[in-house]
Design a protein around this ligand. Sequence first.
Ligand code: F6P
Length: 364
Amino acid sequence: MPSSVKRIGILTGGGDCAGLNAVIRAVTKTAIRQHLLEVIGIADGFQGLAEDRMQLLTFDSVSNILTQGGTILGTNNKYNPSRVAVKEGGVIRHEDHMPRCMDNLARRGIDALIVIGGDGTMSCASLFVQRGINCIGVPKTIDNDLYGTDVTFGFQTAVHVATAALDRIHTTAASHHRAMVVELMGRNAGWITLHAGIASGSDVILLPEIPFDLNIVCDFVVSRARRGKRFSILAVAEGARPRGGQQVVAKMDPTSPDPIRLGGIGQQLAAGIEERTGIETRTTVLGHVQRGGSPVADDRVLATEFGHAAINLLMRGGEGRLVVMRGRTVTDIPLLEAAGRQRLVPLDDPKVIAARQIEACFGD
Ligand code: F6P
């Protein structure tokens, strides 16, 4: 049966990453060229939907954006339409903006939404699915922690940037005979740190999934020095924590649906190593560099495959589905299955085992 979908909305939610524009381009071109749809770009995630900030996307508006970092639509990681924080006289109260979103969708005649985001954005999308709005999700995040897909776009670029930084740290560490701690993003998941740690040949790899023992880390650094390796590289996830201890929180934002910003474990670890071993130790926090800039070729390809698949899935009658990669195949799962769920590094992941067997220390 031919699809009744004529006009779609597209938005990007959560933290930005490399490859968002490549998805927007693939969605828009496939929608216009293959299915003669109208594509409405919604600004700044679900906030733009509530505030009715949107405009028509054309071939021209998505031309020349494949290699551009960020998102031409803008994004937002502080907005859940069903629970919007409003500050009044120092007091925070919450408003439900879902009715505004639903009104705007109806008034604009939008038949379906393409929602590009991570677990938080998919949770928001599920609110629309539950109210009968068809949403097709496209999995984004540098953290690679979205349930149901082997990989999210943006991840490979983040790993590439982190690996390049660790390679550069390597030469300065060796010259000064120092221990060098590099703190990487990833929230509660250690995927970026695991991959970049292996790719750079880091000596110590500390993940949120494997609480570390500072004594073991220090003994390892000292044993390397005794063997004549007078420097050590430590790739540390922002969510890593000592055994029996807590993650280090850099900042709390009570107005955000995702109030905890992790950060600071690198500095804490470096201080501990220097104090216990006497080896001079420095910290680099890589931060948002991992999210910015042009996507690597693999992310451009993945983002294009995902965007193209999202529209074809919609036009085949898919409803409330998330496009995912399983093995080397693009397929899809119910969006509600992935909403709000994280995919962490399993302790028996083959990469963890391989890294251990070539002598990386995980601090346990
Ligand atoms: O989820 C992506 C991510 O970059 C995390 O790795 C990091 O913890 C967080 O977002 C940082 O968020 P913000 O951009 O709000 O500082």
